[in-house]
Ligand binder design. Structure first.
Ligand code: SF4
Length: 279
């Protein structure tokens, strides 16, 4: 496991350096800005949330500014993003923050409306540089797939390995790297394993690749490929030569050759099989 964690961190760091998505708020340590983007990006794609973030931060650069505005105005600015309850909770939060600072609430921001465990960790990591993993669905999915952890065991896994995972890795970069990898490569549906930096040691990828390989070994598809390879490398080949070379019985060799003839890849001419050459 330790070896896998080292590999995971090394490759993730390298990948993030070259592939990270750039957003202005990614370099801020202002907790209000972080809370804003985290609230806006819940159930919303980051690129879309970023457009709304620009409007919000322009109008409400501090919680006080939002607290002084009406709920109606906040909702108006929120319009088009959906899940309006988030806007209402954000407005309530701004009213609390207008009286009680982030500093006073640190490290427990969960007392703010709409701030759950993920947003609390995101604030600790992004605003205060604390060594915590902001566990969201992306991060859980990648851990489950790469380290082969069952869904029911994922929280324990993270708790047990958090220190090791974050050792020598800025927690802000770590969390953002997994966020980016989860949304662009290790997606919930159809992950792009062949462009993933973790592919070489990913449990999900290795298991599925082995299964596919096993399915292929001895399959009709594999036999067709082997026959075609022989025919491409020689001038003329008889059915008997195929049977002997690939240790196929008469019936199977016949089926494979017939299927290649039907597909127009080879033809039978003067008692020999040859690959059809269109030129
Ligand atoms: S190899 Fe595939 S499944 Fe594994 S982490 Fe990468 S994208 Fe996800």
């Amino acid at each position: 496991m330790t070896v896998n964690i080292s590999f995971f961190k090394k490759e993730l760091k390298k990948w993030y350096k070259e592939n990270h998505r750039s957003f202005t708020w990614r370099s801020t340590t202002d907790p209000w800005k972080i809370l804003l983007i985290e609230t806006l990006s819940q159930q919303t794609q980051l690129e879309r949330a970023n457009d709304f973030y620009k409007r919000f931060i322009d109008r409400y650069p501090t919680p006080q500014k939002m607290a002084n505005d009406s709920k109606k105005e906040v909702l108006k600015l929120w319009s088009g993003l959906g899940y309006n309850n988030r806007a209402i909770r954000l407005h309530e939060t701004s009213k609390i923050l207008a009286k009680t600072s982030f500093k006073e609430l640190y490290p427990n921001f969960s007392v703010l409306p709409g701030v759950g465990s993920y947003t609390n960790s995101a604030l600790l990591s992004f605003a205060y540089g604390k060594k915590v993993i902001a566990v969201d669905t992306n991060i859980k999915r990648i851990f489950q797939r790469f380290f082969k952890v069952q869904e029911k065991d994922i929280d324990n896994f993270i708790k047990k390995n958090q220190n090791l995972l974050l050792r020598g890795f800025d927690s802000r970069d770590f969390n953002q790297a997994l966020m980016d990898l989860g949304s662009t490569v290790c997606k919930s549906k159809q992950p792009k394993c062949f462009s993933c930096p973790l592919e070489e040691n990913c449990n999900k990828f290795i298991t599925e690749n082995n299964k596919n390989q096993q399915k292929f070994e001895g399959s009709f598809r594999q036999k067709r490929g082997l026959v075609l390879k022989i025919l491409l490398s020689r001038e003329k080949v008889t059915k008997q030569m195929i049977e002997e070379e690939l240790k196929l019985n008469n019936e199977v060799a016949g089926e494979v050759l017939d299927s290649l003839v039907r597909d127009g890849l080879i033809e039978f001419s003067r008692n020999k099989f040859i690959v059809i050459n269109d030129n």
